[in-house]
Design a protein around this ligand. Sequence first.
Ligand code: ATP
Length: 433
Amino acid sequence: MKIVSSEMKNVLPKAHLKILNAATDLSNQMDTDLYLVGGCVRDIMLGLTESSFDIDLTGTSIDKRFATRLADKLKGAVKSSSVFGTHKLSVPLGPEDNLEIDLAKCRSESYKEPGSLPDVDTGDLFQDLDRRDFSIAAMSIVLRSPNNQDWQCGQLIDPHSGYIDLVNKKLRVLHKKSFVDDPTRMFRLIRYSCRLGFGIEEATKGIFESSLNSVTTVSGDRIRSELEKIFKEKEVGLIVYNCVKLGLLPRFLTKLNCNHLMKFRDMSFQGSVEQYGAEYWLGILAINADKSQVEYLSKTLNLSSKQNEVISDLCSLNEQLKQNETSLLADDLKRSEVYKFLLRYNLTAIRVCAETTSNRSIKTLLETYLNSLINTRVELTGEDVISLGARKGPEIGELLNNLLYAKLDGQLESVDQEIQFVKDHISNCKDGL
Ligand code: ATP
């Protein structure tokens, strides 16, 4: 019997321990069994103190009442509940920080059709662990034992020998049909292997290879969702590289040449999710895509409108850059012209292009736009311009634009010069009348 209470105390943040204590107290009051499951258990056993530690709790009689009472106890709220007996709670961790807790009734799953969503039934803890993807994710820690077992609080329940795999740094599926039942697990395999630096157990390797073709049985939505998880990983470049090298992504995206992705192997997640998240990587995926491939990607992965915008803008930006290369790189091209040319394109599309183009001059041009031109602001506001005598109406917007263009071109360096520019413009208009 392995008791891991001290590992929990050493690894979990205090706030998480408090939450687990509150949940355990509640399970005592409600006389229900309760277990910590999933990635949290894996990361505790790995001693990963920097893990983000989602909390997944399960128990045979977890229900809406338990979820509501726990949410109340933790001054949070039940955000959603599903027909499968799962509840998502959001609880405050600090003044500006919330934690999501997943509560679920123990369940068993069976797959009628490969790649489809499973049929779900109620089950016990062992059945709940049997349905999991890898042995290291099929462990649980007892918070409160069921009455028919003599388990201790803090006891590791490990029916698939996940702990040994964890020590040996191996990823292993629980049965031969695992990837055929749910081919998204093949993406998960590569993701965890790269994240944790784990190898793939020999038999699992064989099962992976023989299951590759089944990736086509999964919906685009589910594959997109797996890709979105990959795109948030620190080792995103390496994961994408392996998804191509091992033949997984090309098997799904048959009409797109994915080989170019392999050169991004060393690219790790940089900056914010907003700048370098899913849209950015979908852009990388679509760097060389023509219009028909963009449509294909959009349809196959059922992309959101924001994601579509990035890949279709990228395609037309590439086209326009090629067509206008000479004029865009002319010595006398004004900065305001560059600004006007690029303003119509999605920023992520421009960022992807800037970071991947092999044309150095175009790269510099795009970087100037991203790092300098789009941050240029004029001092005067619409109201200032009106108080200087400009007529209210659409001309104000136009005047402000001209002001910005003049500033971009280095003609205006102070507020006084901006005021003079506006005054000149107004008097020119009057002269014109
Ligand atoms: P992390 O959030 O750190 O990536 P996690 O293990 O918590 O890892 P989740 O996607 O939150 O990952 O899933 C929670 C648990 O649910 C997993 O640990 C695994 O046991 C199980 N699980 C998730 N997806 C699948 C799947 N496709 N097939 C089988 N089990 C799964």
